[in-house]
Design a protein around this ligand. Structure first.
Ligand code: EPZ
Length: 430
């Protein structure tokens, strides 16, 4: 199993190009199941989760061509099965995004019920409840969710999400696009990825209004057709690199990003003392001097507030800020796994329920540590870049799920980081 070996203490300098958004490319690829025509997606990030999503589409019977690494041409003309199997869903929960499109287009779908994951139980009860509001019957059979649309067609309806759910909103938006009549989604998620998916669906011929607000309305249509779409930049990768510049007292130009998609993150990091300039619509410049970092409290919330997917990276930065900061995680019940690894490196962090208190600034020293999930692993890489000595991060397969070429990107900015196999790591240790 691969590990990352990092020798910290070098300020990052230079220009970084941000990849396409994993959390937009996943639902956009699922949306290709809504039509038998060709859908072309550009700026698809080359990360493990998208490779899994592509495999799911091909297993269902779609053809996926990649004329260029980041372009996918999908044609779901001969869908033979309507099932996302356990083998795939257990490796990537986002496979549940096939449920809405299959149910809407074929009147039936079978998706393995995702189990919990490192960051929380993450049920999909709200997705299923909304499908029932659209007239579907939903049952659980041997670990699989089996959904059917009576008479093969969903019926537009008022749907309410008790809790804001990103993939829940996406699943219902896709399903409602082919339903009979009008659907309204109340308390919808407002993430930029929702707007991006709606833009693609409208290009395919859907009638969606209000994406990006709490209330989305969808006039169902009989068919959806071909379209071409470019996936938005990854705002979490952007945020991660802003923190990378800050935690190493570096200076970065971040290109191919969308500053307006992470205003809450930029605002908070400016409060902390990071110099962030919006150069133009797709470029940020970031500069940071060690002495400037001040601890600031943060609470994670749905968009447009501070994203939970930046919480771990922010915690790593707070270990290098003067004073105590309180970090409250309101989205997932178990998203502090990185804290104990940061403590192994010398951080001062105490956890109580969904609240972490970080006392800084503390000196971080390299150590062997363990990644537990995607964003936790990003936080450990950031800590390793700031630490004195060598940090060896195990289970980096987590980071490969959502960060494209992170070792190469960091090395191009002057970081001393390498991917090593377990055997190589053994020699390093001795
Ligand atoms: C999406 O997950 C993202 N994943 C997550 O990013 C992100 O952390 C999350 O939204 C929140 O922003 C993708 O887009 C593929 P939710 P999702 O449904 O949709 C509860 C990353 O690091 N809930 O918005 O699965 C749920 O347990 C990943 O890239 C229910 O109770 O998250 C959670 O507490 C990690 N019942 C809250 O709502 C439901 O049916 C928000 O979850 C659905 C959700």
């Amino acid at each position: 199993m691969d590990k990352f070996l990092i020798r910290g203490g070098r300020p990052l300098k230079g220009t970084i190009k941000i990849s396409g958004a994993k959390n937009s490319a996943l639902p956009c690829l699922a949306a290709t199941l809504l039509t038998s025509e060709t859908v072309t997606l550009h700026n698809v990030p080359y990360v493990k989760d998208l490779i899994t999503q592509r495999r799911l589409l091909e297993d269902l019977g779609a053809t996926v061509l990649t004329p260029e690494l980041h372009t996918h041409k999908v044609k779901a003309a001969n869908i033979e099965i309507y099932e996302a199997p356990y083998e795939l869903v257990k490796t990537m929960r986002a496979s549940v995004l096939a449920l809405g499109p299959l149910l809407a287009r074929f009147g039936q779908a079978k998706v393995s019920l995702p189990g919990g994951c490192a960051i929380g139980t993450r049920p999909i009860d709200l997705h299923l409840k909304a499908f029932e509001q659209l007239g579907a019957t939903v049952s659980l059979e041997a670990g699989d969710v089996v959904a059917r649309a009576p008479k093969g067609k969903l019926i537009g309806a008022e749907t309410f999400f008790e809790k804001v759910s990103v993939t829940g909103t996406e699943n219902v938006m896709m399903a409602a696009s082919l339903a009979k009549g009008k659907t309204t989604i109340h308390n919808a998620a407002r993430e930029p990825e929702i707007e991006d998916l709606a833009e693609l669906l409208n290009k395919m011929g859907a009638k969606i209004r209000g994406a990006g607000t709490e209330t989305i309305t969808i006039e169902g249509v009989n068919d959806l057709g071909e379209a071409e779409h470019t996936i938005i930049p990854d705002r979490i990768e952007t945020g991660t690199f802003i923190v990378a510049a800050a935690i190493t007292n570096g200076e970065l130009e971040i290109k191919n990003c969308q500053p307006k998609h992470l205003e809450a993150v930029i605002e908070k990091l400016r409060e902390v003392g990071v110099e962030i300039k919006v150069v133009d619509e797709t470029t940020l410049s970031v500069k940071c001097c060690e002495k400037d970092l001040q601890s600031k409290d943060v609470t994670t919330e749905p968009h447009p507030l501070f994203p939970t997917d930046m919480q771990a990276q922010y915690m790593a930065l707070m270990t290098q800020a003067e004073g105590a900061s309180t970090i409250v995680e309101t989205i997932f019940e178990n998203r502090f796994m990185h804290a104990s690894e940061l403590v192994r490196m010398g951080a001062d962090i105490s956890i109580s329920g969904n609240t972490a208190i970080v006392k800084g600034k503390t000196k971080l020293t390299g150590a062997p540590i363990l990644a537990s999930d995607l964003r936790a692993s990003a936080s450990l890489v950031l800590a390793g870049l700031a630490a004195e000595g060598e940090t060896l991060i195990d289970r980096v397969y987590h980071i490969d799920r959502g960060y494209e070429n992170i070792v190469k990107k960091l090395r191009n900015l002057g970081a001393d980081i390498e991917r090593v196999t377990s055997e190589m790591a053994e020699t390093v240790k001795n």
